[in-house]
Design a protein around this ligand. Sequence first.
Ligand SMILES: Nc1ncnc2c1ncn2[C@@H]1O[C@H](COP(=O)(O)OP(=O)(O)OP(=O)(O)O)[C@@H](O)[C@H]1O
Ligand SMILES: [Mg+2]
Length: 429
Amino acid sequence: MELDKQSAEHQATILLVDDESINLSIFGQFLTPHYQVLVATNGERALQLAGSRPKPDLILLDVMMPGMDGYQVIGHLKADPNTLDIPVIFVTALSSDLEEERGLLLGAVDYIYKPCHLSILLARIKTQLELKNARDWLKDQNAYLETEVQRRYLENQAVHLQLLQSEKLAAIGQLAAGIAHEINNPIGFVNSNLNTLSGYLRDIFCVLDAWGAALNENPISIETQQNLRELKQTKQLDYLRGDIPELIAESREGLSRVRDIIQDLKDFAHVDKNDWELGDLHKGLDSTLNIISNELKYHCTVHRQYGEIPQISCILSQLNQVFMNLLINAAHAIETKGDIHIRTGCTEQEVWVEISDNGKGIAPENLSRLFEPFFTTKPVGKGTGLGLSISQNIVRKHGGRIEVASELGQGSRFRVWLPIQAPNLSSSE
Ligand SMILES: Nc1ncnc2c1ncn2[C@@H]1O[C@H](COP(=O)(O)OP(=O)(O)OP(=O)(O)O)[C@@H](O)[C@H]1O
Ligand SMILES: [Mg+2]
């Protein structure tokens, strides 16, 4: 369709080259109603017209001419990039297969013997012009496609740069969300301890007020003494004496974890600082369990089955974050009541810490996605989906790995493997 339209719109130009003017006149008269016709009586003039405007769409070329013959003319035409693509039909009285072969080998598209039937000549010209149009069209399309490919390549590069930029922003957002996540837990339980402490203080002041009132009696009546004893019992002063220091110690630990995280942020800027230490993982597990006991104590029974393990070189505060994430995940997986087992052990080179639960388990299709940042099956507001991805980063930094096994409806087991000898890394990596 496109090709027909093109040929209809554009009247083709034919260059006739013949040293005999009678031939030029016959062909010229016959072709003029169909095409724009140019004529040349020798090779030199033919080359001149072929290289100027309007450029011929096809050349009818005589072979035998004085001076430059047809074969030489086609040689020049094919050597010049400007005229190379003009189709040439030889029209000659030289009737021999060898001559025809020679002409075709030199690049002619057709070979016609004189005298020829003019309507056949017209049909062959038409065919060659259509072929040329098709070639020209393909060439234009190729050129268009090449520029289009180039344009899209540049466009893609711009999009790629934009993506890199937004990935960077996402990474910063992820970092901030991660920090918020790690700070949120200790802040939560320090807050709840403060609430408990303020309740305790109310009780203590209530007892103190009663004592103050009693001191006004002289002597203190038996009944008041009995009341005071009962009040001391109701307010569980003996229990408070033990629990208050524990609450304060736990809150201190929580705050020091927040301080550690802030320290981590500072370390981020001070790349030369080294926080690696010989850490006792059992101590780390115990302190983490204390911190999150509020999350666990109502519906989980925690079983500690610690093996004999050496201290390992690590950043203990970070490993505590890993244990905290795994334990809280286990607690969340237990919907009503269940058990969490913490086991530890070692090989010659590595120690392992395993946290398993008999909660709802993980669907097989989710197993490979657990460590992706923001992957969560929890409702909005309950989970950010960062716990495991942060934990994996920490464990990898320690040269270790996390293994997972889970069965839907049965429970899950996360095993953290850590080398006893830390890799040669600094805390800032
Ligand atoms: N012990 C487990 N039992 C069942 N599913 C688990 C367990 N641990 C992790 N998962 C699944 O893995 C998902 C990702 O865990 P991850 O700790 O990374 O994020 P989260 O717990 O959803 O949110 P966040 O820890 O950021 O508050 C969870 O949403 C849950 O579907
Ligand atoms: Mg989690």
